[in-house]
Design a binder for this molecule. Structure first.
Ligand SMILES: NC(=O)c1ccc[n+]([C@@H]2O[C@H](COP(=O)([O-])OP(=O)(O)OC[C@H]3O[C@@H](n4cnc5c(N)ncnc54)[C@H](OP(=O)(O)O)[C@@H]3O)[C@@H](O)[C@H]2O)c1
Length: 261
């Protein structure tokens, strides 16, 4: 897939990866529709992309299904088609066991999972008619094993990975729609501001790997290689092995220390 003249919808376009994907796609001649909650930041990004980039934007909170319906309509009305959607909107919120809180889990599910579900529903209406399109949504590299303290995030991303996997072959065979799972390891974006992760890569590198993966027609885009190898290895460990690993190390550097309720 080449991006010249292609219409690309990006959710989470104000974020570290989303904004950089927009930046790199603008120089490939794509027409962009950008969405996030911070409208001032969307305006700033869109004006930075310059006059040569055909770019529209609109405020969209992915927790609000009506916002997502409007976002997809707005893109289709602006450009007359949607070739590709790169869905990156997401939040990372720790949920320590000392204050187990269903609200955090619900919120993560609503943004990281249902936010993508709402987009996929609307995109399918359009792409089924087109009999073409690409939906690339962002999960996470460790989406198979629960990590202490990160259950809300992990559960929402695991749900998304499962959903995308279940859609992939049917979307392709019935409607010629490509469904791609993006599985980043650690990327140095605002999301990781408070956390230190060894081997983290820049948003520029992540965006170029994502764009390159879509252009090559990959079904799963996962990076960086060192973390992919590590996750594959740890996936194979027996479950009880983790009882002997230090909890704080499993949670990772920067995890907030929390008192008992
Ligand atoms: N950074 C990493 O190491 C890493 C690793 C694995 C997976 N990921 C995933 O990669 C994706 C991009 O992350 P990032 O690192 O670029 O994070 P980021 O810089 O924090 O950006 C997150 C983006 O999501 C948007 N967003 C958050 N809540 C939203 C809501 N309710 N409605 C609409 N937009 C919302 C934010 O925009 P507004 O605040 O303007 O709404 C922002 O544009 C996320 O799905 C993340 O979970 C990141």
């Amino acid at each position: 897939m080449e991006f010249t003249e292609k219409v690309v919808l990006i959710s989470g376009a104000t974020g570290g990866m989303g904004a950089e994907i927009a930046n790199q796609l603008s120089s490939k001649g794509a027409k962009l529709a950008l969405f996030a909650r911070r409208e001032d930041k969307l305006a700033e990004i869109s004006s930075k992309l310059g006059k040569n980039c055909d770019c529209v934007y609109q405020k969209c909170d992915v927790k609000n299904q009506d916002d997502v319906v409007r976002a997809v309509e707005f893109t289709n009305n602006s450009f007359g088609k949607i070739d590709c959607a790169i869905l990156t909107a997401g939040v990372l919120v720790p949920n320590p066991i000392q204050r187990f809180d269903s609200k955090i889990i619900k919120d993560s599910m609503e943004i990281n999972f249902m936010g993508n579900v709402y987009f996929i529903e609307q995109l399918l209406h359009i792409m089924k008619k087109q009999k073409s399109g690409t939906i690339a949504a962002t999960s996470t590299l460790p989406d198979r094993r629960g990590v202490p303290g990160w259950g809300a995030y992990g559960a929402s991303k695991a749900a998304l990975s499962w959903l995308l996997e279940s859609l992939r072959s049917e979307a392709k065979q019935r409607y010629n729609i490509d469904v791609i799972t993006i599985k980043p390891g650690s990327v140095l974006t605002p999301m990781l501001e408070d956390y230190k992760r060894r081997g983290a890569i820049t948003p520029e590198k992540a965006a170029s790997l994502i764009i390159d993966g879509i252009m090559k027609g990959k079904k799963i885009i996962q990076f960086p290689f060192s973390q992919v190898a590590l996750v594959r290895m740890t996936d194979a460990f027996p479950v009880n092995a983790y009882d002997n690993f230090d909890i704080d190390q499993q949670k990772g550097e920067g995890y907030p220390s929390v008192d008992e309720e």
